[in-house]
Each structure stands twice: as C-alpha cells, then as structure tokens.
Design a protein around this ligand. Structure first.
Ligand SMILES: CC(C)(COP(=O)(O)OP(=O)(O)OC[C@H]1O[C@@H](n2cnc3c(N)ncnc32)[C@H](O)[C@@H]1OP(=O)(O)O)[C@@H](O)C(=O)NCCC(=O)NCCS
Length: 244
C-alpha cells in the first residue's frame, strides 16, 4: 500500500477520504496518512481521526506519499506533478479507452465514456457524465449531475454547475462558469458566466489561473483538427510520464 495525503480540509476532503476507504475495500491500495491544510488552519488537529499537516511539513515528513487535491486547493499549480494521483470511486463507470490525467477526483456514480480525454485536476461530483470523445482540459469542475454530451470540448478552468446539460459538439471557452440547470446549445466564449435554457451570457468571469499554461496544440484550425492535435499532445505527455 502506498502512502496518500489529501490536500484539503473542507467537506470534500472528508468525502475523498471516504472514497479512499471504498477503493481500499475493493483492493487495498492506499494508506491514507492525513490531510494537508493550505493556509495552516487546523494544523495539528484531527479530521475524522487523521492528522492535519501543514504543506511544507507534509512534503518533508512524507516525501514519497502520493497527493490528491480537494476542489479549490489553492496550490494546484505548485503540486509536484510526479507525486499526483487520481481517485476514482469504484461505482463510477470509466471506459477502458478513456484517458484521465493526474490529480483528478471522480465521485460515485459518475460516467466517463469511450475515448474521453481528461486533463489534470478534474473534480467530478456525483452523477457527473462525461460522454464519448469529450475533451476536458485541466482544472475543470463538474458539480453534481452535470451532463456533457459526446464530442464536447471543455477548455481549462471551467466550472459546470449542478444539473447543467451541454449539447454535443459544443466548445466551452476557458474559465467559463455554466450556471446550475443551464442548457448549453452553442459554443461559449472564454470567461463567460452562462445561465438559463437556452444558455445566455449573464456576465464575464474573472480568470482563475490567468498565467497557467495548458496543453494546447493550435488555434484557428478546424474544430476537429484542434481536437485531434490536442489528443496527440496529451497522449505524448501521458506517455512521457508513464501514465495511461
Ligand atoms: C450562474 C450563477 C454563478 C450566477 O450567480 P450571480 O452572478 O450571483 O447571479 P445572481 O444570483 O445575482 O442572478 C443574476 C440573474 O441571473 C439569474 N440566474 C442566476 N443563476 C441562474 C441559473 N442558474 N439559471 C437561470 N437564471 C439564473 C437570476 O435569477 C438573476 O436574474 P434577474 O436579474 O432577472 O433577477 C449562479 O446562480 C449559479 O448557478 N452557480 C452555480 C451553483 C452550483 O451549481 N453550485 C454547485 C455547488 S456543489
């Protein structure tokens, strides 16, 4: 069993610990050694019986422990990538042909269809559906019951609200927030907050990680071409890191 630290101390971190226990019931995989606090609150306290550590302390005390961040962990860009792992609840369906990056968390009853390509730090709450051939870039959050049809491309740093639905072939621009219950039927411009059915732009959204780079293969190429190139780039990155 490998050591594991959950980066976060909020309710989702507690749920993640329960997902770890569910994974261990199927196959003993993780020795969960504790939680890590980003800003030092609750350090030296216990959370569901496990210690809360500070960031530097955790990295030095457990130099080989795998790391997995809670949604909104503020140091996502700083986490040493070679130490990241992903948690997938045993009840989730994940196609063998799908590819999932590191630092992802997939809650119970989620669905990841054939040839879906998912970057790092996906946080997918219960009942999230990612369909066949979807491309989900880094740091995307799907909240409960968000449903994405096939061949959709969600750019980095997007947040999909509860029970939203996205039509096939749509592209959601980087940093956008799709409101709860929204029905997205057309492409969404970057940094948009969308509401309603059909979705309309309510206002702009501040970029969350404006300086962060994502794997990008090209612009202003036909949409299908971009997707193919993006897949190739992610695939090369996964190969280089030995992740499949
Ligand atoms: C889209 C969202 C971010 C807008 O928040 P906001 O900027 O604070 O907007 P407001 O609440 O001030 O609403 C502005 C207008 O948009 C409407 N609106 C807000 N959210 C809406 C939604 N999801 N669907 C339809 N209309 C919505 C409001 O009724 C209001 O309309 P009005 O001006 O005609 O009165 C927010 O409502 C939302 O849906 N967040 C996602 C919540 C979620 O899924 N959380 C998951 C937690 S696990």
């Amino acid at each position: 069993m490998s050591d594991l630290l959950i980066l976060g101390i909020y309710p989702h971190a507690v749920e993640m610990a329960e997902i770890v226990a569910r994974i261990n019931r199927v196959e003993h995989t993780w020795n969960l050694v504790g939680f890590v606090s980003a800003y030092g609150d609750k350090v030296d306290e216990k959370l569901i019986g496990l210690p809360v550590l500070g960031w530097e302390d955790a990295l030095t005390r457990y130099p080989t422990a795998a790391l997995v961040p809670e949604y909104d962990w503020p140091r996502k860009p700083d986490i040493p990538r070679q130490r990241l792992t992903s948690l997938i609840d045993p009840s989730a369906f994940v196609s063998k042909t799908a590819r999932i990056g590191l630092g992802c968390v997939i809650y119970p009853n989620c669905y990841v269809g054939a040839y879906a390509l998912i970057g790092d730090f996906l946080f997918c709450l219960s009942g999230g559906v990612i369909n066949h051939n979807d491309v989900i870039e880094d740091r995307v959050t799907l909240t409960s019951g968000a449903i994405i049809a096939g061949d959709v491309h969600v750019e980095a740093d997007c947040y999909l609200g509860q029970s939203c639905a996205v039509r096939e072939m749509v592209r959601i621009g980087r940093g956008s927030l799709i409101g709860m219950g929204c029905v997205v039927v057309r492409d969404v411009a970057p940094n948009s907050v969308m509401v309603g059915n059909p979705a309309r732009r309510l206002r702009a959204r501040e970029p969350k990680y404006p300086g962060m780079r994502v794997v990008r293969a090209g612009r202003r190429v036909a949409r299908k071409g971009v997707r193919t190139l993006y897949r190739a780039a992610l695939s090369l990155r996964a190969k280089a890191l030995g992740v499949t």
